[in-house]
Design a binder for this molecule. Structure first.
Ligand code: GDP
Length: 174
């Protein structure tokens, strides 16, 4: 059995749903009152990827440090994949993704010098008051080097596992 250890970052503006995402993905729950403490939060999830491979994901959430926009290099160190998240009801959170991606590319690199595989996640797609249209997300995702983008709803548990599998697939095989 082959075991891969992958450090994955979750970045994006405050209130887009990052800690809810981590909690949902790791514990299978969505809890409205759930809020992590300030600092970097960390969780581990083990995936039985195939008969021959296990994947141990180390997920890092910036929990409450979003106000810095620019993160400490220590946070990025050793990361092999990244989730950039925004809220489809907040165009400001969508615009910030450009900065988050740029900060990531400036501070984190794979050992071969390439940029880290990064997926763009459009959260809260359960809400009717959406303001960021799919074609804008698609254009932005292609222009800024994301592997792909997906609509998710942490609340309705939509596309959470799928998004993470897509990212892990890219990290392991591309
Ligand atoms: P963070 O600051 O990015 O970690 O965001 P939180 O995880 O604290 O979430 C911010 C708020 O958005 C909380 O009130 C969550 O319950 C809510 N939220 C998170 N995901 C969703 C979602 O998919 N749909 C809806 N409607 N609300 C969500």
């Amino acid at each position: 059995m082959n075991e891969h250890l992958l450090k994955i970052l979750i970045i994006g503006d405050g209130n887009v749903g990052k800690s809810s995402f981590l909690h949902r993905y790791v514990n299978g729950q969505f809890n409205k009152t759930y809020k992590m403490t300030m600092g970097v939060d960390y969780a581990v999830k083990l995936l039985h990827w195939s008969d021959k491979e296990k994947v141990r994901l180390q997920l890092w959430d910036i929990a409450g440090q979003e106000r810095f926009i620019s993160m400490n290099r220590v946070y990025y160190k050793g990361a092999l994949g990244c989730v950039v998240m925004f809220d489809v009801t907040s165009s400001a959170s969508f615009l910030s993704c450009r900065h988050w991606k740029r900060d990531l590319d400036n501070k984190a690199m794979l050992p071969n010098g390439e940029s880290i595989p990064c997926i763009l996640l459009a959260n809260k797609c359960d809400l009717p008051q959406r303001v960021v249209p799919p074609d804008s997300i698609d254009r932005f995702s292609k222009a800024n080097g994301f592997i792909t983008w997906m609509e998710i709803s942490v609340k309705e548990n939509k596309n959470i596992g799928e998004a993470m599998r897509r990212l892990v697939q890219d990290i392991l095989y591309v």
